[in-house]
Design a protein around this ligand. Structure first.
Ligand code: ATP
Length: 358
């Protein structure tokens, strides 16, 4: 079949004693895709990656790679390269030997091996480092060697388990870009585990958001950010303000003394409690009193964040202040100051509705 997924996970469950680490996980990954498993610590992303790698067998469920059922296939017969969080290089082997390690069993001649190692080092931007030892390299360089080693046999699947989390922010941002470019160039199907939403948003073609052993949402970074399916996804991917409200019918949601107009939604019915949500950058200023969802707020706090200013807004009798981010361009015409009253607007098309609960 031409539209067959490259990797298919069907109803995967994983139990550790009485603890269920994965609950009915099903997922298709297409050839050449860069997929991120994103979620907080303990949500099951590493457990899922280990099952895909064959390091663990699932309690139940099946896995298919390129149409083959690989659920019980031993690790040595699986076609993948893996990079772990800790560089996991052999300290007593040179860079060249570390990279060639995976080639040993693959019947390469010495000369082919050297050529392949040089090619891989060039690919990861470390040409000429063959004779160095891991201890002579920075963390970022070691992780590039680990990447070269994982790619040595040209695997069909590249697995990355938090490969950047041990690096400092600047190296991380740089390597993030490099891995993404390399993956695009090679076209290798890639799965990366991360708890860093920025990493997932910038690198992935598809994000799998996980929470407590289940998949909460699968989508492109844009889909997951702009149309989160659940409050968990809304809060975990990006930042979100939440407002508890009740559905008053005709798209109106009441929260204390506020009456907010929302876009029609099938998510909740009249009389139900809902959670409204709005991103900090979606709150508008400079509105008029008669604009829809325009309200008075008091500026509790202002924080300069370089390209934008973050404000904390107290709305009427609401317990939790709203966070609003204002771009510097917008800010220049506003004259906002701490303690001041402002008029802000929660545009109806930017309000997410999660509901309904009784
Ligand atoms: P982290 O980002 O902290 O690595 P994670 O999302 O990768 O978290 P997992 O490592 O998959 O989470 O763990 C999921 C759950 O299963 C956790 O509650 C963990 O304690 C538990 N768990 C994982 N491996 C084992 C094991 N071998 N034995 C018992 N429990 C385990």
């Amino acid at each position: 079949m031409s539209n067959q997924a490259y990797l298919e996970l069907q109803n995967i469950h994983q139990m550790f004693g009485s603890h269920q680490a994965l609950k009915d996980v099903s997922l298709n990954i297409q050839e050449g895709e860069f997929v991120c498993f994103l979620g907080p610590s303990g949500c099951g992303k590493t457990s899922l990656l280990r099952i895909i790698a064959g390091l663990d067998t699932p309690s139940s469920g099946e896995l298919f790679q390129a149409g083959q059922n690989i659920t019980q296939t031993p690790i040595k017969h699986r076609d993948f390269g893996i990079v772990f969080q800790s560089y996991a290089l052999f300290p007593n082997l040179s860079v060249a030997d570390n990279i060639a390690y995976g080639l040993v069993s693959k019947q390469f001649s010495q000369r082919d091996k050297q050529a392949r190692v040089s090619e891989l080092l060039a690919t990861v931007g470390l040409s000429g480092s063959e004779t160095k030892y891991p201890a002579q390299l920075s963390g970022g360089q070691q992780q590039r060697v680990a990447l070269a080693r994982a790619l040595a046999t040209s695997p069909g699947l590249l697995l990355l388990d938090e490969p950047l989390s041990a690096l400092d922010a600047r190296v991380r941002a740089h390597l993030r870009q490099e891995i993404k470019q390399l993956q695009e160039k090679l076209g290798v199907t890639t799965i990366m585990v991360t708890h860093d939403q920025e990493e997932a948003l910038t690198m992935a073609d598809k994000i799998v958001v996980m929470n407590q052993g289940v998949i909460e949402q699968i989508g492109t970074p844009q889909e997951v950010y702009t149309h989160p399916n659940t409050p968990f996804v809304a809060e975990f991917v990006g930042e979100m303000n939440f407002i508890e409200a009740k559905n008053s019918g005709d798209g109106l949601m009441q929260s204390g003394t506020l009456m907010l107009q929302c876009e029609p939604s099938s998510e909740s019915m009249f009389g139900e409690n809902v959670k409204l949500a709005i991103r900090p950058e979606d709150i508008r200023f400079n509105g008029h009193e008669d604009d829809k969802n325009s309200l008075n707020a008091q500026v509790l706090h202002l924080e300069f964040l370089g390209s934008r200013v973050r404000s904390l807004l107290q709305i009427d009798d609401h317990e939790t202040p709203l966070i609003a981010d204002i771009s510097m361009n917008e800010m220049s015409g506003l004259n906002l100051a701490q303690g001041q009253s402002v008029r802000c607007q929660l545009p109806a098309d930017r309000l997410h509705i999660f509901g309904g609960h009784a």
